[in-house]
Design a binder for this molecule. Sequence first.
Ligand SMILES: Nc1nc2c(ncn2[C@@H]2O[C@H](COP(=O)(O)OP(=O)(O)OP(=O)(O)O)[C@@H](O)[C@H]2O)c(=O)[nH]1
Ligand SMILES: [Mg+2]
Length: 199
Amino acid sequence: MPGYDPAAARQEPAPVKILVAGGFGVGKTTLVEAVSEIEPLRTEERLTAAGIGVDDLDGIEAKTATTVAMDFGRITLADAGVVLYLFGTPGQERFWFMWDDLLHGALGAVVLVDTRRLERSFPAVDFFENRGLPFVVGANCFHGEQPYTADEIRAALRLRDPGTPVLMLDARARTDVRDVLLSLLDTVIDRTRAATAAP
Ligand SMILES: Nc1nc2c(ncn2[C@@H]2O[C@H](COP(=O)(O)OP(=O)(O)OP(=O)(O)O)[C@@H](O)[C@H]2O)c(=O)[nH]1
Ligand SMILES: [Mg+2]
């Protein structure tokens, strides 16, 4: 009978919980889907006529569904020795009460922004800043274009920590998403080092 092998256990990648947040329709579900090595769990409901006047589809006219609970995906970053469990949050204001539950045990977050509608992601930035969770900002380049620089986006979001990384990405591109996640891991490690070095 196979027994517990501590050497094998040491080689297993460490599990890390990451949140993917941001306002309505910024591309959270798309990001989790693009990068997940398992079939992602989605909890999407169709957008219907009932949402007219409530759900603002300006700029994302092709969108047909919205997340009502969470997205869940997994990606192993073998080089970093971690397996990331990605929890995509719901973007609509009426579901924000779930964010605190999703936060439990998370080490960091990706805040996605759509620079055409930056204000949609202000609450996510405030949420993580107020709770002290390290995060990076991913500026989703819809239609492949981004008229603003990372510094301009950082200034417009009024990020408290000027060192917060702001990366351009296409949420549909696995390599872009991977880069954002690696940047987040660096941020988490830097923060942990700074905290343990503090007197
Ligand atoms: N062109 C382009 N379209 C994108 C990109 N990312 C997402 N989309 C589209 O934008 C729409 C919104 O994306 P979702 O992934 O559903 O956004 P979400 O943040 O999960 O939305 P909620 O869960 O409703 O808050 C969808 O129609 C996507 O196909 C991108 O990088 N480029
Ligand atoms: Mg979604």
